[in-house]
Design a protein around this ligand. Structure first.
Ligand code: CU
Length: 172
């Protein structure tokens, strides 16, 4: 197994075309708009963002995430503490209620890649394994946008008709 592991380590980030629009299904859950941001050389952390819809009849919960590109992945939440935005780990994961969609985004829930082993490069994809309490485990490729990206690349270039009101959009 050692030679295979060594080869895998050289190609942690795939050069596959960005596929932010691809829908990944696991159990009753649909995962879409999985994206990340390029990181400056040497940056210790990176972020991961995605949308999860639950078409099932019972709640599910994102309990863990991992990637070969970082030492660990935590689930974080940004929220206002008085007048200051603070980021803290979410204990017990994030519930996806039945019939609901939960969006992970820079100013809300997000995945925090801690201990990056390499910088995240724009145009490449970041492989992340998500673990749900009921639906189980699924692998999702996160499309890496620019360092200042505010949303998945496909949404920025072609605003979707179902984009939520107030979502950041490309200005024409
Ligand atoms: Cu964070």
């Amino acid at each position: 197994m050692r030679p295979a592991l060594a080869i895998a380590a050289l190609a942690l980030l795939a050069a596959a075309p960005a596929a932010a629009d691809d829908l990944v299904k696991v159990g009753a859950l649909s995962i879409s708009a999985a994206w990340s941001r390029a990181t400056p050389k040497g940056a210790p952390v990176g972020g991961g963002y995605l949308t999860i819809r639950n078409d099932g009849a019972s709640p599910d919960r994102l309990v863990a995430a991992s990637t070969p590109v970082s030492v660990k992945v935590d689930i974080h939440q940004m929220r206002m503490d008085g007048s200051v935005m603070v980021m803290r780990p979410v204990a017990g994961g994030v519930e996806i209620p039945p019939g609901q969609t939960v969006t992970f985004e820079p100013n809300g829930y997000h995945l925090m890649l801690e201990g990056l082993k390499q910088s995240l490069a724009e145009g490449q994809t970041l492989p992340v394994t998500l673990t749900f309490q009921n639906a189980g485990t699924v692998s999702v490729d996160f499309a890496i946008g620019s360092i200042g990206a505010r949303g998945p690349a496909a949404t920025m270039q072609h605003p979707h008709m179902n984009a939520p009101a107030g979502a950041p959009m490309h200005q024409h």
